[in-house]
Write a protein of this length. Structure first.
Ligand SMILES: Cc1cc2nc3c(=O)[nH]c(=O)nc-3n(C[C@H](O)[C@H](O)[C@H](O)COP(=O)(O)OP(=O)(O)OC[C@H]3O[C@@H](n4cnc5c(N)ncnc54)[C@H](O)[C@@H]3O)c2cc1C
Length: 322
């Protein structure tokens, strides 16, 4: 059985690798030989170097038309798959990654495992681990035919790999498939108004729920997030009440996160919320109701009023820093 693991790395609009690269390459290194695929429309040498820095043992670079959505990436995956005959293909479980992985698996008639929180290997091949039904069950999927294409949840893999010496970089000749693709006509950069980390893939998340009572009250969530250098999340009830933008919603119909630290403030812990955060490594909950279901999954539960507990936590963090 081949030990090559093909890893699709994504790029940001600023032409750097996204943060998912390091975890994916580290996971691939644990399974076999990590071969990175980077697709770019311009200078790809810096992307290749970034991939090496994140642990790639071999780098394939492909030029693709950046004005077409997904299809150039699928064409590059197609060519890379033929070049290296991998035992599995790892793709970030981002919006674009899911699109590319699904199209690629369909095109090559390969099995697809989505939203994995880990990967492993047995003597028959690569396996994907998933956390399902609101984090209530851990399941493992294996393919009965062909190498598995796996989308890996952003932030789910903590491992990191070292740079290796003498990494070969190969240019792929990619034959354009002419499959229908949406064309990007215009890109308008939105200037980030916050220095906070992005929710997807963040290593720490502070989320607030209906218990914050108002948009003004929700500022407390943002203050604790800033004190911890964390991203801001929310329950659906907080979003529906207009305390915070819908992009912050964590859960079944929101974003799934797997941070090292998840702090839930004034969140009851409904199954639909837990579905998006239960794989966090450490869960801290503050709720004034000792019976709140969030305490069943919390590593540290504080029964109390958020408006009493959280300012003390922020003050303690600031005192530690000064
Ligand atoms: C199909 C479907 C999909 C859904 N998808 C999602 C989803 O993606 N994400 C999501 O979050 N929900 C989702 N929901 C909604 C979910 O069922 C819950 O209604 C929601 O998560 C509740 O949000 P909450 O915990 O903020 O509010 P509540 O359930 O009202 O809980 C508020 C909590 O705050 C506590 N509290 C109140 N005041 C204070 C205080 N001063 N200090 C400390 N604690 C206080 C209360 O004790 C309570 O536990 C979905 C529901 C459905 C049906």
């Amino acid at each position: 059985m081949t030990d090559t693991i093909l890893v699709l790395l994504e790029t940001t609009p600023a032409r750097t690798l996204t943060r998912s690269a390091a975890g994916l390459l580290a996971a691939a290194r644990e399974l076999g030989t990590a071969v990175a695929l980077v697709v770019g429309d311009g200078e790809v040498a810096t992307l290749a170097d970034e991939a090496m820095g994140a642990g790639a043992e071999r780098v394939l670079v492909a030029r693709g038309d950046a004005t077409a959505l997904t299809v150039p990436v699928v064409d590059a995956l197609d060519a890379a798959f033929d070049r290296v005959s991998p035992a599995a293909v790892l793709v970030p479980n981002s919006v674009d990654g899911r699109d590319a992985a699904a199209r690629f698996a369909a095109r090559r008639h390969l099995p697809l495992a989505v939203d994995a929180v880990g990967v492993e290997r047995d003597d028959q091949g690569v396996l994907a681990r998933h956390s399902v039904y609101g984090g209530g069950y851990d399941v493992t999927s294996a393919s009965t035919f062909g190498p598995l294409v796996v989308t890996v949840r952003l932030g789910a893999i903590d491992a990191r790999a070292d740079r290796v010496a003498d990494v070969p970089v190969e240019t792929l000749d990619v034959a354009a498939s002419d499959a229908p693709a949406a064309i990007i006509e215009r890109v308008e950069p939105v200037v980030a108004t916050s220095a906070r980390p992005e929710l997807r893939g963040a290593s720490a998340v502070v989320s607030g729920g209906r218990g914050l009572g108002s948009a003004e009250g929700f500022a407390l969530v943002e203050q604790l997030a800033d004190a911890l250098g964390a991203a801001v999340g929310a329950s659906r009830a907080a979003v529906d009440a207009g305390y915070v933008a819908a992009a912050a919603q964590v859960g079944q119909t929101g974003v799934s996160v797997s941070p090292r630290l998840y702090v839930a403030l004034g969140i009851s812990g409904a199954i639909q919320h837990r579905a998006g955060m239960q794989t966090a490594q450490t869960i801290v909950a503050v709720n004034k109701d000792p019976e709140a279901p969030i305490f069943a999954i919390a590593d540290l539960g504080i029964v109390g009023d958020v408006f009493t507990v959280v300012p003390q936590a922020i003050a303690a963090l600031e005192a530690k820093r000064s």
